[in-house]
Design a protein around this ligand. Structure first.
Ligand SMILES: Nc1nc2c(ncn2[C@@H]2O[C@H](COP(=O)(O)OP(=O)(O)OP(=O)(O)O)[C@@H](O)[C@H]2O)c(=O)[nH]1
Ligand SMILES: [Mg+2]
Length: 487
């Protein structure tokens, strides 16, 4: 058992379910039906118990399977004896975990099940989750409710082949098991039992013979042990192999994981490799295009130009962009946003964003929500008025001085200086006012452009960006969930 693998399989299953949910409507009905069916099958497999390790004793009648079973379990639950065949119904011993569904599925009768951990305290943690099966001899026994090779093979973590040294040559490995386990040699173990009946000097030769038989069957890698179940010899070594199988992730969990990966990979055809990022940054170029189409630049220029004189200036008005222009700008944007999406997602995206007509209306509303007005330059006018007054006052002082010539020189000089200063300050104020007016116009023009840009951006966000993001977000989630399950 390996908790991590079990968790991974559960996570994959959840990811596929989520992926299918996010991708709802974008998975072909045939693909969807197939995925649902496959998922149900995997769920069934998972529910049998992914933390269980199934170990089965198989072999010809009288080889000592039941005796080995009893030796391993340290119980006398399996029938062993002289009468052939002895075992007519499969027998199971389980350690720890609930193995009911698994045993139901395999067809082990209720009265042929025993739970080790419930009898003794859990003193064999290395066997936690073990399901040990003693099977009837397949060649000679035809029992209705027997564990079937086809059901057992996909679930068995270790198949222990118990051979009788007197008959090992005729006890050819069962073809059904062999085919099923051909690619899983590490899931097999051959035990030459009743080794006590073989004289010492012959044992090596027999083991060599068995290896030869295995080699001919293409099973070179399968370990061969010897045992005497009756005398409890070689049992610890068998138990060590079982413990090693228990320590590994169960074939059931590994298979479930692989099946889920395959399902996820098939579903990945319904999503693209990535999705475009829709942010304000990506909408800004679109806003700029629309702003150009509406002649916002020209309007701003006319506001700027109004700063050149004091009179009321006729300001340019923004134009309504042509439908075809908005259409083209919208299409161009959609193309870049859709580029990585499969057809169904792309179609959905086109449907959820505002159509060209609505977009045009919204953009026009945005543009006209910003008033085009002559820049106010209240302070500039005041300063200019002040300047003129000062100039006039200076001129006044000068004229008075000219008219009353003859005053003492010193006094006259102060009056001329006063007149000069007044005129100079007045002129300075006059020019200051001019530049204030220009600056005010420039600021007004810049702010107009900025505000229109912002308003267009808001309209684009509401009509294109946000609806697109909803579709792209779902696509991203579907893609990410399926990716999680497929690796
Ligand atoms: N000498 C000796 N006899 C054994 C050994 N293991 C089993 N036997 C005997 O062999 C006979 C058959 O053993 P079982 O365990 O019933 O054999 P089985 O493989 O379960 O047989 P089936 O249930 O008919 O398929 C019994 O009489 C056992 O006592 C062993 O290691 N040495
Ligand atoms: Mg038996």
């Amino acid at each position: 058992m390996n908790d991590l693998v079990v968790e991974e399989v559960e996570a994959k299953f959840t990811a596929i379910e989520k992926g299918m949910d996010f991708g709802k409507g974008h998975i072909e009905p045939f693909q969807l039906a197939r995925a649902q069916q496959d998922l149900a099958a995997v769920r069934h497999r998972m529910d049998l118990g992914m933390g269980l390790t199934v170990v089965a004793l198989v072999g010809g009648t009288g080889s000592g399977k039941s005796t080995t079973f009893n030796a391993i379990t340290d119980l006398e639950f399996a029938d062993s004896g002289e009468l052939r065949p002895t075992t007519e119904r499969a027998t199971a011993c389980t350690w720890g975990d609930e193995a009911g569904p698994m045993l139901d599925f395999l067809g082990v009768d209720q009265d042929r099940r025993i739970r080790k951990a419930s009898i003794l305290t859990d003193e064999e943690p290395e066997f936690e989750g073990l399901v040990l099966l003693d099977l009837p001899d397949h060649d000679s026994v035809q029992v209705a409710h027997s564990v079937q090779v086809t059901e057992l093979m996909p679930l068995v973590d270790l198949l222990i082949w118990v051979l009788d040294p007197q008959k090992y040559a005729d006890q050819a490995l069962h073809a059904g098991y062999l085919q099923a386990l051909e690619r899983r040699q590490d899931s097999m173990l051959v035990v030459l039992n009743q080794i006590d009946t073989v004289p010492f000097e012959h044992r090596d030769r027999i083991v060599a013979d068995v290896r030869e038989v295995l080699k001919k069957d293409g099973l070179e890698g399968v370990p061969v042990l010897t045992s005497s179940a009756l005398n409890m010899e070689g049992i610890d070594e068998i138990k060590a192999h079982i413990a090693a199988a228990v320590a590994k992730p169960s074939i059931n969990a590994v298979t479930a994981g692989a099946e889920l990966e395959a399902i996820a990979q098939r579903l990945q055809r319904s999503v693209g490799p990535a999705e475009a990022e829709v942010t304000d940054e990506s909408l800004r170029p679109v806003a700029d295009q629309l702003s150009r189409a509406a002649g916002i630049g020209a309007v701003a220029d006319s506001i700027r130009a109004s700063g050149e004189s004091w009179g009321q200036h006729a300001l340019a008005k923004p134009e309504q962009p042509a439908t075809s222009t908005v259409d083209a700008i919208r299409d161009g944007w959609l193309d870049t946003v859709k580029k990585d999406l499969p057809a169904s997602w792309a179609k959905n995206l086109t449907e959820v964003v505002s159509g060209p007509e609505k977009l045009r209306r919204r953009v026009n509303e945005a543009i006209s929500s910003v008033p085009v007005t002559n820049p106010t330059s209240g302070n500039a006018r005041l300063i200019m008025g002040l300047g003129i007054l000062l100039i006039l006052a200076g001129i006044g002082v000068g004229v008075a001085e000219l008219m009353s010539a003859g005053f003492p020189f010193a006094e006259s000089m102060w009056n001329w200086i006063t007149a000069g200063v007044l005129v100079l300050v007045g002129l300075w104020a006059f020019f200051m006012a001019g530049s204030l007016r220009k600056n005010a116009a420039k600021r007004a023009a810049d702010s107009y452009e900025q505000r229109v840009d912002d308003e267009i951006l808001v309209a684009l966000r509401e009509n294109l960006g946000e609806p697109a993001q909803a579709v792209l977000g779902k696509h991203r989630s579907a893609r990410e969930e399926l990716a999680k399950a497929s690796e």
